[in-house]
Design a protein around this ligand. Structure first.
Ligand code: SF4
Length: 442
């Protein structure tokens, strides 16, 4: 039995995919299935943007040409992705379709699993499935974006255990973590050096933020440090980033002890909590080069309402200490959480101004209501009403109204009014906000 796991266009081609790599190792460890991975997203970009890949060679040594090359990629790719998704939604063939399809057919596989992590991968992925079905190849899909209308077009499987049952009829499995990145040629990636995604846990240890759905219903579970270490050594990783939404302080400390002798550079995301204070020199010594903090607001009332479990004053100290230790940071801010008013908005701006010298990049967004989040399920507690769902070409969106404070549109307009100031706070090129892992290099 041969299985090919495919990662379709479109998303940035700077790192190899974690989703199919992990699945491949899980299926191989639990069955006799021969599994291969194909990153068609990276193949698409290498074929479609040869000039930018060539430019990478000249730009790799210093930050300005490198970030300009990434900016060029980003602006060109945005148009190409949009144009092709439009074509696909109108039933037309996207660019390089036959070439990518041929890469799959060449593998002479029995089954294909298509990973849909981002909404922007759904249309291309479904079109490939349509053609593969015509060729008599059975297909399944999976991933966070394989929901809604995708389920009407292809069988969607939830995880590795369901895929194993589908392929081999097996119910029992061993949960191992041994991603093997040898499937991917480095020349397919738009990155100075290979950067590898790794996971250190499932779920989120906090699971409290009222706006969040990332943790889903997955209970928090750590992956053994030894398994992570083995994945790093076997793949010869020098640069890595943890895809976990939040690694708490105690776990960061365990990881740092394992990572220090390996001489790698690494990146992670965490909440800026008090227990991080005093830890940054140790983290830096272990190779932690850049970190993203979920700061969200500088106003304590809003932080409490969000159930963020952080304290604005402590957040300032965390930024100061991490910066002093020489660790780059990106701060995620979220304006317009229900209950936000002009005063709390301005207090957040003041917070950013006050801490500006300790911030490398501000990544500012406006609150969006997510189905399944605590706010969505308890709207009265947040003065939210009039929730309505509507469909956009790339999925569902949710509108709402608030009894007091800034509404959705007002928050967007107000944030727009400060966009220039927010942009000017960045000490690193803004493209590192989109391609966060690239901040590992500079
Ligand atoms: S925002 Fe981050 S820390 Fe908060 S619940 Fe979600 S994943 Fe956890």
């Amino acid at each position: 039995m041969k299985l090919l796991l495919v990662y379709p266009p479109f998303c940035p081609p700077t790192v190899p995919p974690h989703s199919i790599t992990y699945l491949a190792s899980f299926i191989s460890a639990n069955s006799n299935t021969e599994v291969k991975c194909l990153d068609l997203n990276a193949k698409f970009h290498r074929l479609r943007f040869p000039d930018i890949y060539r430019r990478l060679e000249k730009a790799r040594e210093s930050i300005n040409p490198y970030s300009e090359m990434l900016e060029k990629y980003s602006s060109s790719a945005k148009k190409v992705h949009r144009k092709n998704n439009l074509r696909l939604s109108e039933g037309e063939e996207p660019e390089l379709f036959q070439e990518l399809l041929e890469m799959i057919l060449r593998e002479k596989t029995d089954a294909v699993g298509v990973s849909m992590v981002y909404n922007s991968q759904v249309f291309y992925g479904l079109r490939l499935i349509e053609e593969l079905n015509k060729a008599g190849i059975r297909c399944v899909a999976g991933g966070p974006a394989a929901v809604g209308f995708v389920e009407e077009k292809v069988e969607v499987l939830k995880d590795g255990a369901e895929l194993l049952k589908y392929l081999a009829g097996k119910e029992k499995c061993t949960d191992i973590y041994a991603p093997d990145y040898s499937h991917y040629p480095a020349s397919d990636y738009l990155s100075k050096e290979m950067i590898y995604p790794l996971r250190s846990s499932y779920g989120c240890s906090h699971r409290g933020c009222a706006f969040c759905t990332h943790h889903g219903s997955v209970p928090y579970r750590k992956i053994n440090v030894e398994e992570i270490e083995s994945a790093i050594v076997k793949n010869g990783m020098r640069n890595l980033f943890f895809i976990d939404d939040n690694i708490p302080a105690e776990r960061l400390s365990e990881l740092a002890e394992m990572l220090r002798p390996l001489k790698v550079k690494w990146w992670c995301q965490t909440r800026p909590t008090e227990d991080l204070l005093g830890m940054f020199p140790k983290l830096k010594e272990s190779g932690l080069t850049a970190v993203s903090f979920g700061v969200e607001s500088g106003n304590q009332r809003i932080l409490d309402s969000m159930r963020k479990g952080t304290d604005a004053e402590t957040v300032g100290m965390v930024l100061e200490e991490s910066h002093a230790a020489g660790i780059r940071n990106i701060v995620f801010m979220m304006f317009g959480f229900p209950g936000e008013d002009e005063d709390s908005f301005m207090e957040t701006m003041e917070f950013l101004r006050k801490n500006r010298k300790n911030i490398d990049i501000v990544s500012a967004s406006v609150f969006g209501l997510q189905k399944g989040s605590y706010v969505h399920d308890h709207p009265d507690e947040f003065g939210v009403f009039g929730i309505r769902e509507y469909t956009t070409p790339l999925g569902e969106s949710i509108g709402y109204r608030v009894r007091a404070g800034l509404g959705e549109k007002q928050a967007k307009v107000m944030k727009e009014g400060f966009s220039r100031e927010l942009r000017e706070m960045n000490q690193l090129p803004k493209i590192f906000c989109l391609l966060k892992e690239q901040s590992l290099f500079f």
